[in-house]
Design a protein around this ligand. Sequence first.
Ligand SMILES: Nc1ncnc2c1ncn2[C@@H]1O[C@H](COP(=O)(O)OP(=O)(O)OP(=O)(O)O)[C@@H](O)[C@H]1O
Ligand SMILES: [Mg+2]
Length: 270
Amino acid sequence: MSDIDSETDPDTGDAVDAEPETDADTGANRGARRWDDSILEVRNLDAGYGDLQILSDVDLDVRPGEYVTIVGPNGAGKSTLMKSVFGLTNRMDGSVTFGGSDITDTVPEEIIYEGIGYVPQNDNVFANLSVQENLEMGAYILDETPEDALETVYDRFPILRERREQKAGTMSGGQRQMLAMGRTLMLDPDLLLLDEPSAGLAPDLVDDMFDRIDRINDDGTAILMVEQNAKEALRRCDRGYVLVDGRNRYEDSGVELLADQGVRQDFLGG
Ligand SMILES: Nc1ncnc2c1ncn2[C@@H]1O[C@H](COP(=O)(O)OP(=O)(O)OP(=O)(O)O)[C@@H](O)[C@H]1O
Ligand SMILES: [Mg+2]
């Protein structure tokens, strides 16, 4: 510790360490930065299910058009954080703001009007409906199906156009994942929440899925994504958060997190 980082104890005259930048217990760079221009701001959020608190004091930001990844161990609360942004948990304290509006107590049916789309981790298509019917469901809040949005989705995922008549339940995991994403894109959200989009995909399809997500982001949609495939996700995103035991542990650019010794050792398999 250099002198710059030390102060003098007024009682003893001994040098004491100034407030360290890293968390003394974890070595983590806790303490999320706050951005002035965020589209999504999560502040000091406590949330969970019923009385069961899962998230504690969580901070998170997404700026317009930004690509942000959340990684962390199983059960860390990553999905709970996504659900909390989309109004699907009991938010106990703290706040969620989107586009300047406080949506802390807003229900999902209203949040979609604000411009957030959510693709859950599981059970994210209507198995008994056709591909096209699933996509039309994505825009059910509109009086009629937006044909241009439908065409854009079909352009993004040509396999869906080919299989528009097929029952969603008969498609492969990868195709269902594309359909779930396509359905959410029908309302052209400003922020897309993706919970483990590569889960269950054959290894050779994982890169393809990440490429498609890159393109959606390149076209201007902000992405908040949870991924088990942490290295690849951090490589591709702008910024990342490591969540542990329902709390922020690390936050930095994807590149910095990938290079961080502690993150690599504890969360990226060395
Ligand atoms: N509906 C629910 N009711 C009660 N507890 C829940 C519910 N969903 C999740 N939990 C609990 O909340 C904690 C965090 O779960 P969550 O699904 O958010 O973790 P995760 O980080 O997404 O994990 P994974 O990597 O396995 O997807 C876990 O202890 C889990 O058992
Ligand atoms: Mg999860």
